[in-house]
Ligand binder design. Structure first.
Ligand code: ADP
Length: 451
């Protein structure tokens, strides 16, 4: 029987018993022909006796169940305090009590399963971090190191445990603290190159949630940097070495061009001079690109007016446009300013304008417009030339990539112009983009930061 049914039955019994007691008292008082005071006394005594019984029977009906519930609460609290998820409650007693025990047991099953799943996941994550060749460091919300993997210890040659310390106190490389500070300040991922002893490393900081905890992943890029350096050195050396013989060949060819030559030879000598010039331009561009890449750091930039630099950059393009019967319109207000590197700006605008002339048929139109926006100075170089297919747009900034190599070799330059533009933009904080329609023309837009 449920506790509720038992209490209900008891209540009915109490009501009946009290009624019988009161009635019996009344009948007795009648029979004895007592006065009203004595009658009331007898009825009162009868009612009191009935109440006493009621109390005793109530205790018998409800108390065992309530005790078991109290017991249940105590045991549940003990399980929680001991954090012993292996224990279970006994599912006996009144149906209500047994149901509560069963529900608590099911809850304990679920908590245990969830805890086991979390433990397995934590173990997997930890094993992954331990086995990773990249260093992993976790800094807690209060800025103290909470975890680091063996690779991190190795990359930073740590002898003592830095757990509980700030990165700045524990590591000789201050860049780790800088990455952490930047992530906490911005709430976004941050990247920073650094050196640790002989090693060149790249630090990537990412926020772990929004309470200020940060993870720093450190990769060893020494081999990659050395290979990059070797490639740059090789290009620089080869270009340097080849410059002198090419200059000599061109010099001789140009001297010969002035001489009286046998029939047919003039054409050959002109070809030697023309190809010598191409080679020399190629080496100049390769050297320029190698220099920009070798710097790796950003170019120094300062706030400057753009007009004089744009005019300087366009002098060769004006000559080229005139020789091809093209119109080159320039609209650059004198007060436009931006934070730029002057040499980089001249090279960028000059390359884009010369390309516009090269890839626009005779009689075509080229325009260079410069405008000031709140956060940038925008330089737009447009032409109504041959245009570029949409599928090729992403590739034209690669070294030596040409949409139509035959034509580009004839009309264009070395195949390095846009690669130089892209690198110079990256190194000076600018951004270059292109839109084009085959047969309609191309528009290159460069945004130089104003703030
Ligand atoms: P190139 O020396 O061949 O001009 P670039 O790196 O300057 O090398 O340009 C790469 C390729 O992008 C060019 O070969 C050409 O196919 C394409 N290109 C560049 N600018 C334009 C333009 N304004 N119009 C059409 N095609 C262009």
């Amino acid at each position: 029987m449920t506790l509720a049914e038992r209490v209900a039955r008891h209540t009915t019994q109490v009501v009946l018993l009290t009624a019988v007691a009161v009635l019996s008292g009344l009948v007795l008082a009648q029979k004895l022909a007592l006065g009203w005071l004595a009658s009331a006394l007898i009825v009162g005594v009868a009612a009191a006796i009935a109440m006493g019984f009621a109390h005793l029977s109530a205790r018998r009906a409800a108390l065992p169940g309530l005790r078991r519930m109290d017991d249940l609460a105590r045991k549940t609290r003990a399980i929680a305090e001991q954090d012993d998820l292996g224990q279970r409650l006994v599912e006996i007693g009144e149906p209500e009590v047994a149901r509560i025990s069963r529900a608590v047991n099911e809850l304990l099953d679920r908590v245990r399963d969830e805890r086991e799943r979390l433990a397995a996941e934590t173990l997997r994550t930890r094993t992954m971090a331990e086995a990773s060749p990249n260093g992993v460091l976790v800094v807690g919300p209060r800025g103290r190191i909470e975890y680091l993997n063996p690779a991190f210890e190795r990359l930073f040659s740590l002898a003592d445990s830095p757990i509980g310390l700030r990165p700045l106190e524990a590591l000789e490389v201050a860049a780790v603290q800088r990455v952490v500070d930047e992530v906490v300040e911005t709430g976004a991922a941050a990247e920073l190159p650094a050196t640790s002893g002989e090693l060149e490393v790249l630090l990537l900081g990412v926020p772990l949630g929004d309470d200020g905890a940060t993870m720093v992943v450190c990769s060893d890029v020494t081999r990659f940097r050395r290979a990059e350096q070797a490639r740059t050195d090789f290009v620089t050396n080869v270009s340097h070495e080849l410059r002198t013989p090419i200059a000599a060949i061109m010099g001789y060819a140009e001297t010969l061009q002035g001489d009286e030559l046998p029939k047919g030879s003039q054409r050959l000598v002109s070809a030697i001079a023309r190809n010598g010039r191409r080679l020399s331009e190629l080496f100049e561009d390769l050297l320029a690109l190698a220099k920009i890449e070798a710097r790796r750091r950003e170019l120094p930039i300062s706030r400057r007016k753009l007009k004089p630099l744009v005019d300087e950059a366009l002098s060769t393009a004006h000559d080229r446009a005139t020789s091809k019967g093209q119109t080159l319109e320039v609209d650059c207000p004198g007060d436009v300013t931006a934070r730029i590197n002057p040499q980089a700006l001249v090279a960028i605008v000059s390359n884009l304008a010369l390309n516009a002339c090269n890839y626009t048929p005779e009689g075509g139109h080229i325009s260079v417009t410069v405008r000031q926006e709140p956060d940038a100075a925008v330089v737009v170089v447009s032409d109504d030339g041959i245009g570029i297919e949409r599928t090729q747009l992403a590739r034209i900034f690669e070294r030596f990539y040409r949409v139509d190599s035959g034509r580009a070799r004839k009309d264009g330059g070395t195949g390095l112009g846009l690669a130089i533009v892209k690198h110079l933009c990256r190194a000076s904080g600018a951004d270059v983009s292109v839109e084009s329609e085959v047969g309609q023309g191309s528009t290159f837009t460069v945004r130089f930061p104003a703030t």
